[in-house]
Design a protein around this ligand. Structure first.
Ligand code: 13P
Length: 255
């Protein structure tokens, strides 16, 4: 067993009005009370629901961390439609997903953008969840490591070891997202181990030993325990199943 505390994160993506979000987080605040003693949990509502969810978590001291799905790297100014790191930090957002494959594929985020976002999140005192992952074509061509480690190194470029040590990396194979197809536990573990080895080589053993690595892609109650048995898998980034309170509770309660 590593000393790393597991982190299971629910990425709600573009789902739930603020009223639906209140409903979901109220259910989770009861159903996760026991499991959050053993596992860190974050929920990542859309921006429009952050304030409502924050209020519920803060008022009752619920041990679920608030997360965001995206951020802009600028501190402020003429960037219509964007949200700054300080705006999130002021809402007690702790974790910010950066470089999700949907942002990269659908909204044209580059490795350079992702690196600026990682730095901006850290500068605002929050924890980036840096997402990396290969397409099916890249996997079939044997280019998984090249793609994943390329995104990793670009995303972490210019960061010192201490900053990397406190971060989260999410390995999400794109072909497993929302498809019901999960990486096998061995494949997921192999890529997560390669991520940790790359961090050890670039930032030192201490950073590698403490960075948390999540797996994401069709995580369900029925496959979480097997995935979490991988020694380099420290948690999960859950999409669809995080919208169902019973299923997400079962995932978080995997042990
Ligand atoms: P699914 O769990 O719906 O496959 O989504 C994974 C994901 O993209 C989480 O960020």
């Amino acid at each position: 067993m590593s000393g790393r505390r597991p982190l299971i994160s629910g990425n709600w993506k573009m789902n739930l009005t603020h009223l639906d979000a209140i409903n979901l987080v109220q259910k989770l605040s009861y159903s996760l009370a026991d499991a959050t003693r053993r596992v860190d949990v974050s929920v990542h509502p859309p921006f429009t629901a952050l304030r409502s969810v924050q209020t519920i978590l803060d008022v009752d001291d619920v041990p679920i961390a608030l997360g965001a799905q995206n951020v802009h790297w600028q501190a402020g100014g003429a960037y219509t439609g964007e949200i700054s790191p300080a705006m999130l930090a002021k809402l007690n957002v702790r974790y910010v997903i950066v470089g999700h494959s949907e942002r990269r594929q659908l909204f044209g985020e580059t490795d350079e953008d992702v690196n600026k976002k990682v730095k901006a999140v850290l500068a605002a005192g929050m924890v980036p969840i840096l997402c990396v992952g290969e397409t099916l074509g890249e996997r079939e061509e044997g280019r998984t490591a090249e793609k994943v480690l390329g995104q990793l190194r670009a995303g972490l470029s210019g960061l010192d070891s201490a900053a990397i040590a406190g971060m989260v990396v999410a390995y999400e194979p794109i072909w497993a997202i929302g498809t019901g197809r999960t990486a096998t536990p061995d494949d997921a573990q192999a890529v997560c181990a390669a991520v940790r080895r790359a961090i050890a080589a670039d930032a030192g053993e201490a950073a590698a030993a403490s960075v948390r690595i999540q797996y994401g892609g069709s995580v369900k109650a029925g496959n979480i325990a097997e995935l979490m048995s991988g020694s380099d898998i420290d948690g999960a980034l859950v999409g669809g199943a995080s919208l169902d309170p019973e299923e997400f509770t079962a995932i978080v309660s995997y042990r």
